[in-house]
Design a protein around this ligand. Sequence first.
Ligand code: NAI
Length: 486
Amino acid sequence: MATQNFDVCVIGSGPGGYVAAIRAAQFGKKVCVIEREQLGGVCLNVGCIPSKAMISAAHLMHRVKHDAPEMGFEIKSEIKLNMKKLVGWKQSVCDKMSGGVSQLLKGNQVTVIRGEANFKSATELEVKTKDITLIIAAKNFIIATGSRPIEIPGFKIDEKDVLSSTGALAMDELPKSTVVIGGGYIGLEIGSYLAKLGGQVTVLEATSTLLGGVIDRDCVQVVERKLKKNGVSVIFEAKAQGFAKLSDGYEVSYGRGDKKEKIKCDKILLMVGRRPNSDQTNLKNIGIKIDEKGFISVDAQRRTSISHIYAIGDIVGQPMLAHKASYEGVMVAEIIGGVNRAYDIKSVPAVVFTDPEIACVGLLEHECKEKGYSNLKIGKFPFAANGRAVSIIETDGFIKIIADANTNVILGVHMVGPEVSNLISEAALAIEMGARLEDIALTIHPHPTLGEVVMETAEAALGHAIHIIQKPLARASVEAAARTTH
Ligand code: NAI
């Protein structure tokens, strides 16, 4: 068996892996990527991109039904959903993106190897392709093999009786009734679009809050109200325990305190978190250190316990987000390329594509307090007071900015409302740069845009937003505000 030699071998072609491969190739390195499934990984094929396609489609249908008549459109016939066609369109979006990744890798002279990789030693991989087994040797390896859905007792994911997000996104018939187990990111995103398309959705959530308690409570409340309005019921403190197959569907049993309850449905979706794929690729046998939660232990440069083997993305820990993986991918490629870099970021922005969207970056209020910021300035501004939001009938939600009252340095920004997935980047830049409230308040934001809400929230934190009525400023604050503008 001939050995193929590379400078950099990337295992996994998700948003961590393919990005790392391209960046390494930009340094003139001889690079290969090994992928056992589709180029682009979970995110592009069965995660972020297809779910956003389905969410956009459902939102469009919802707007045509509910907002278009308000705007004056008369829709004469019933709007019918052709789920097969919709899923076909969603697949075309994924195929386009995956094809794009393939073109980018090719254009950067990255060798793509389709197969399953396992470490033979710390310097060699064995790759089983469809036809042959290859040996790949490399000076540096980047493990970007991601994560997979967690299963719980009583529910084994087979994509037939119990579906993960992969199976849910592929359903070419809209289930009349769906039980979603888990009120986290995935459960709420998928549950919301199924309900908007016309299905009945019940979310069973083991705890008393949605989104794992990691999102600002006020933001979650807005989504909770909208879920109800859109026909999603949430049962809190409901621990899914098992299910029985019926002639016409399923009966899911769950515990609530001492009580055991049951609910009937046509589909069961299991969305209770994801676990790193660190039990694969023969990592343990070559001596790569894995922590008690199953994440590969890495340093600030994302080196594993074997220094020429790096690991990035979901497999190294929270937050399990595509953009964090891409960031690490670029960083590791640059380190291999000779740049002195380390993972030293202030915060990773997160977006939940519910209705309305939630986006946040930086600290929650209680985290600010825990970090010793005892004196905070908090500004809140509603989308209902923004002209652009009113004109598109998307007025639910607000932006909240938390700053250190002593310095006005922005510590956290929490948004819920229209297009906040796009608005959060300004806040991420502000936090990364150590910006103060005045930096945002004194930046001209174009009118009429949703972005003005970011500016007005900073003004609200300073006590002088124009489009909401605020309590008159104390004399000292007026003077301080005046000083900052000179
Ligand atoms: P999650 O960790 O966000 O939520 C899982 C939920 O399931 C929790 O609220 C938990 O209390 C609940 N749960 C656990 N066992 C249960 C049981 N027996 N019965 C009822 N409820 C139970 O996990 P999820 O939604 O699967 O997402 C996994 C990861 O994927 C997230 O951590 C996120 O980082 C990533 N993701 C990110 C997205 C984005 O950036 N927009 C979208 C989708 C996923």
